[in-house]
Ligand binder design. Structure first.
Ligand code: XMP
Length: 511
């Protein structure tokens, strides 16, 4: 049971999720609400503390998000970060102005006075700044607690009312004592005890699932991805064979992946496992289709049809479970406040299917928490740390028409590249790496023979969020080994290239 919660009030800053994750790293549950959330909702939340996030450039911009100053009178401790810091000054009639010198990046910060927020941190340290406005005069009742060379009020507080504000970003790793500052806010100021731990999450969730499901059936679509896998493991722990997992193998999985998913779940977890092998049907539908969007559409439509036909065969009552996670549900503080982020992981149900309810046991977890829960439930590391893999599978990594032969070549070459990358120690350091088969053929030579075979491309990227990405600088020796093994071991490839394009202008996937 979680008894303590922190509210991250989102004013549109880019680090809102990161702040919540850092709080949770301190074993305290944090949730995010947009700045448009009414104060009654905040009062009802019984929060132990509130963090105002960063946001736009200036509190004076007409469009800038604001909040009623009553929030500072709730008796709940507040920490304002960056824009959130300036907002507190503005709400309390301090002065916010354009800074003569904007600060960006690593900046030296000096603590001026004793403060519970800075307990245990050095007098001089490095913080992460990103601002063009600054507080030129702290409000009445507030004292300046820290400065930088260009910022006369880099932090301030009203200790009596437990309102704290920092111009810098403690949540980013470049901030030397950032995690300690958040820890101090949570434990010294909000007096949290730290009850957000994953084993108690598992126990509580399993108990709740048992209560909710009773003796009814549950059905879940397994994709082989981490979210649906962990959902399956949790529900299985709660109700065993009442759970049926449907795994649609469209024949576009990586080498042996379908069998690995099946073996893992059949061996390790108590459940009914239904695998639908329909590679042939997909191939037939995709015959001679070369347009990438068309391919995606066919794979999506066919998948939907096969999956729901199978679901209807297995259960038409009880519950439907899915692996929705917290970032799919957060209401954003950016732009139109009423828009909820697209729930891309939520499944659209056909009209003729009706379940008693939907079960989403991971909907309060961030991805790294889902992985921790997965490991604790005994799901193998390869699956828990699996790279993102697109829904249409290898279908987006085969240029031109999709044929059995191209799938075979790609599966074998991709497996070799991944094996070499793993041997080289890149499995946990790189975001994503894979092979792509093109439609281009070129002349080569093998022994005394001329060959005319396909070009294979290797792609490896580093990224934080997949919106932008850079190509990974992996060693030539590793590329040489992969290239040599692929051309020797995989029939049908006589040339290998490495993709050295970032996103933008390219995308991660080739399709
Ligand atoms: P792009 O190619 O758009 O890919 O730069 C960004 C990230 O998204 C993954 N991706 C998908 N994931 N369904 C998914 O679940 C899809 O249809 C899909 N398409 C791309 C891609 O692998 C990369 O991680």
């Amino acid at each position: 049971m979680i008894t303590e919660k922190i509210l991250v009030l989102d004013f549109g800053g880019q680090y809102n999720q990161l702040i919540a994750r850092r709080v949770r790293d301190e074993s305290v549950y944090a949730e995010i609400l947009p700045y448009t959330a009414p104060i009654e909702r905040i009062k009802e939340g019984n929060y132990k503390g509130i963090i105002f996030t960063g946001g736009p450039n200036s509190v004076y911009d007409e469009e800038s998000p604001h909040y009623t100053a009553d929030i500072l009178e709730l008796g709940v401790p507040v920490l304002g970060i960056c824009y959130g810091c300036q907002l507190i000054a503005y709400m309390r009639n301090g002065e916010v102005a354009t800074a003569p010198v904007s600060e960006y990046g690593k900046i030296e910060f000096e603590v001026q006075t004793d403060s519970p927020l800075f307990k245990g941190i050095d007098k001089n340290s490095i913080v992460w700044m990103s601002h063009t406005d600054y507080i030129s005069k702290a409000p009445e009742g507030y004292r300046v607690t820290g400065i930088t060379a260009d910022c006369p009020c880099a932090s301030m507080e009203n200790n009596e009312k437990k309102i704290y504000a920092v111009q810098f970003h403690p949540e980013v790793t470049h901030c030397q004592f950032g995690q300690q500052i958040l820890h101090n806010f949570l434990y010294e100021i909000c007096e949290c005890k730290g009850d957000w731990v994953m084993d108690s999450f598992i126990d509580t969730t399993v108990a709740e699932l048992r209560e909710q499901i009773g003796n009814k059936k549950v059905i879940l679509g397994l994709s082989g991805g981490v979210d649906s896998a962990v959902t399956a493991a949790l529900v299985s722990k709660a109700v065993g064979k009442q759970l049926t997992c449907v795994f649609v193998d469209h024949g576009l999985m990586r080498l042996n992946e379908g069998d690995e998913v099946e073996n893992t779940f059949v061996k390790l977890f108590d459940m009914n496992f239904v695998r639908v092998n329909c590679g042939d049907v997909f191939l037939e539908k995709l015959k001679d289709v070369t347009d990438p969007e068309e391919k995606r559409k066919i794979i999506g439509t066919e998948f939907y049809r096969v999956f729901w036909d199978e679901v209807k065969r297995n259960a038409d009552e009880g519950f439907f479970a899915q692996g929705t996670i917290y970032p799919d549900c957060i209401e954003s503080g950016k732009g139109d406040a009423d828009t909820i982020k697209t729930h891309h992981n939520k499944v659209r149900m056909p009209d003729d299917v009706s379940f008693e309810g939907i079960i989403e046991p991971l909907k309060s977890l961030f991805k790294d928490e889902v992985r921790r829960v997965g490991e604790m439930l005994g799901i193998p590391r390869e699956l828990v740390w699996r790279q993102p893999f697109p829904g249409p599978g290898l279908g987006v990594r085969i240029i031109g028409s999709i044929t059995r032969e191209k799938i075979r070549i790609l599966q074998q070459a991709d497996a070799i590249f991944r094996e070499e990358m793993e041997k080289g120690g890149y499995a946990e350091n790189l975001s994503q790496y894979f092979a792509v088969i093109t439609d281009l053929k070129s002349v080569g030579v093998m022994g005394d023979h001329r060959t005319y075979e396909r070009l294979l491309v290797l792609r490896a990227v580093t990224t934080d969020n997949f919106m932008t990405a850079d190509w990974a600088r992996i060693p030539y020796e590793l590329l040489a080994k992969a290239s040599s093994r692929i051309t020797n071991e995989v029939r049908g490839i006589n040339r290998v290239a490495y993709d050295i394009t970032s996103k933008p202008p390219a995308t991660v996937e080739w399709e």
